[in-house]
Design a protein around this ligand. Structure first.
Ligand code: CA
Length: 219
């Protein structure tokens, strides 16, 4: 899952970027509203974490332009402590959720997971596929009740494929979900992760559609 973070406070932005990356998300961080608007126009993201107090272009204006273009990605806004009006304007302006500063990283992570769930069209926190169970909160995978050790990238890749079961995911879509701007993928990295997942979970879980991409069939 690829997240755009728009936050001008260097310390907070750094902390949020590190925290979200540790949770396995690809994070791109921009520090003003114009940069956020440009990124949203030219790149594909699964979630926007948007500080409302941004320089150059206010967060609410970034949000208005985003929704004005018909882009539906979930938006989590960050607001200052006593700015009740901002919360209301943000939610009415098309934000899906908000957090009040100071930001608690665990709460942010839980809200991001909840928004990601809703985007994927499911209310249940666990992803199940046959005897395979993926727990996004605990970042654990079990097969027939036995834990399977996955790297952060393998976990994110499996989660993306399971959330899109029955749909072919192109190489570009999968790479977009795994990598941000600052860590460009090696040309064969995706194949390597798929290879490892097959070794750990069985060869027939992930199908290759030659020249198109990969998919997990609906069970
Ligand atoms: Ca700010």
């Amino acid at each position: 899952m690829r997240i755009l973070l728009a936050e001008d406070d260097p310390q907070l932005g750094d902390g949020l970027t590190v925290g979200l990356r540790q949770d396995g998300y690809a994070v791109d961080w921009v520090k003003d509203g114009i940069a956020a608007d440009l990124a949203l126009k030219s790149e594909s993201f699964d979630l926007l974490v948007l500080d409302l107090g941004l320089p150059r272009l206010a967060g609410l204006e970034v949000l208005a332009r985003l929704r004005g273009r018909g882009q539906t990605l979930p938006v989590l806004i960050l607001t200052a402590r006593d700015a009740t009006g901002d919360k209301i304007a943000g939610l009415d302006g098309g934000a899906d959720d908000y957090l009040v500063k100071p930001i608690d990283l665990d709460e942010l992570a839980a809200r991001v997971r909840a928004l990601a769930r809703r985007t994927a069209g499911r209310a249940a926190p666990l992803l199940r596929h046959g005897d395979l169970v993926l727990d996004p909160a605990a970042r654990q995978v079990t097969r027939a009740g036995t834990a399977v050790e996955l790297s952060a990238r393998e976990f994110s890749l499996l989660q993306t494929l399971l959330e899109n079961r029955g749909r072919v995911m192109t190489r570009a879509q999968l790479e977009g979900a795994l990598y941000g701007w600052r860590d460009e993928p090696d040309s064969n990295a995706l194949e390597v992760h798929i290879h490892h997942l097959r070794k750990k979970l069985g060869a027939d879980l992930i199908k290759t559609l030659r020249g198109v991409g990969y998919m997990v069939a609906k069970s």
